[in-house]
Design a protein around this ligand. Sequence first.
Ligand code: HGY
Ligand code: MN
Ligand code: MN
Length: 414
Amino acid sequence: MPASVNRERLLKTIDDYARIGATDSGGVTRLALSEDDGRARERFAGDVTGAGLELSADDFGNMVARREGSEVLAPIQIGSHLDTVRRGGRFDGALGVLGGLEVIRAFNDAGITTRHPVDLINWTNEEGVRFEPAMMGSGVACGVFDREWACDRTDLDGVRLGDELRRIGFQGERNNRPPTGAAYLELHIEQGPVLDDADIPVGIVEGIVGITWINVRILGQADHAGPSPMALRRDALAAAAEIILVVEHLASESGPPVVGTVGRFDLEPNIINTIPSQVEMSVDFRHRDAEGLKRLVDRLIESADEIETRRGVDIQLERFWTSPPTAFDARIVDAVALAADAVGAQSRRLWSGAGHDAKYAAEMTPTGMIFVRSRGGLSHCEQEFSESDDIVAGVATLLQTVFALDASLDSIVT
Ligand code: HGY
Ligand code: MN
Ligand code: MN
C-alpha cells in the first residue's frame, strides 16, 4: 500500500474539530444546522478545497467533496456526519468524515490517482436530536424522506429545519445530491461494548439493527395537589411512569440486542403543587428483526390502552419513524475484512446497534462500515473516547479498503 495514514495530522484534525462546539467537560455539542454545525461545515469546506477537492452542497445541505479519478466511473463514497447530540463526544460522526479526509490527504501525499472518483460526504442532521427523526440527510438523498417534509420539521422552539439550512448558508442544489456510487464506506466508533469486551480495535460491520421512534402524548387533568383524592386523579405523569416501565420491561424480556429507551421528556405544568396534566415523551425501540420490532410496538399499544382506561387519561402514540434492519453488501463487508487483515488490524464482525447514514446509503449503493472500539462502550456522552492507536487502525483499514475496491470493483453504475 503506497499511501499511509499520517497519524499526527489525523489526530490534530480531530482535535481541531472537537473545539467547534466544545463543552466545558471535554465533550461536543454541535446540533444540526446550529451556529456550531455551520462553523464545522465552514472548516470542512476549507479543508476539502485545500486538499484539491471540488465541493458542492445539495438541496438538503449534504456536502459532497469530489476527488476526480482517472476513469469515468461511479464514485467510491466515504461519508458520515459532523453534527452531534447535545453534550456528546468528539468522535461520533467526525471520525468518519475526518478519517475520510485523511484518506484523501494520504492519496495526495502519495501522488495516487484512483480509477474511481472518490467522494467525501458530510450528511445533514444524522443525529435527529434537534430535528427528529435521524439520518435525514442520507434519507432525503436516497428518497426515503420527502425533502419538503424534512424541511418542515421543527425543533422544540418551533424553528423550521429548512429555515435553518438557509440561515447557515448551506442550502445547495438538488442535482448535487450524492449519486449511486460504486461503493459507500463509513468509518464510525462502535458506541457499544462488543469490541471493548473482546479487546479488539476494529469492527467489520455486517448491518444495522431496525429502529423505530414513537412520540407519546399523555393528557390528564391538572388539579390541586392537596384536596384532590388519589382515586379521582387523572395524573399524566403517573401514567407516563407506567409506560416507561413497560418500555423497559418489553425490551429487557426480549433479551439483547433488543433495547427500548425513553430519552426525551416534557411535563406540564411541572410545578410542585399541581397534578401533572400533560406529558410528551419519546420511545426508541431497536431490534435485529422487523417482525420483532413490530411486536414491541404492538405490546406497547396494548399496555397503553389498558393504562388509558384504568387511569382515565388520553394516551396518543405516533410511530413517526421506522428504519428497517439492514444487512450490508457482503462484497463490501468482505473487502473491509480483507483490508483490516492487510493492515494488521485485529478485527471481528458485528452488527450496529446505532443508526448510521450507511443505512440509507445502502438503499442506493453497495455499502459497508468499519468500527473503531469505544472505551467502555460509551457514546452520546462527554466520556466518549477511542484510543489513538485504534483510530489510526480504523483509518488505515478505510484507506486500504478504498485502495483495494478501486482496483477490484467493476462499477455497476457509470
Ligand atoms: O440514533 C442513532 O442511533 C444515531 O446515533 N443517530
Ligand atoms: Mn453517528
Ligand atoms: Mn450518534
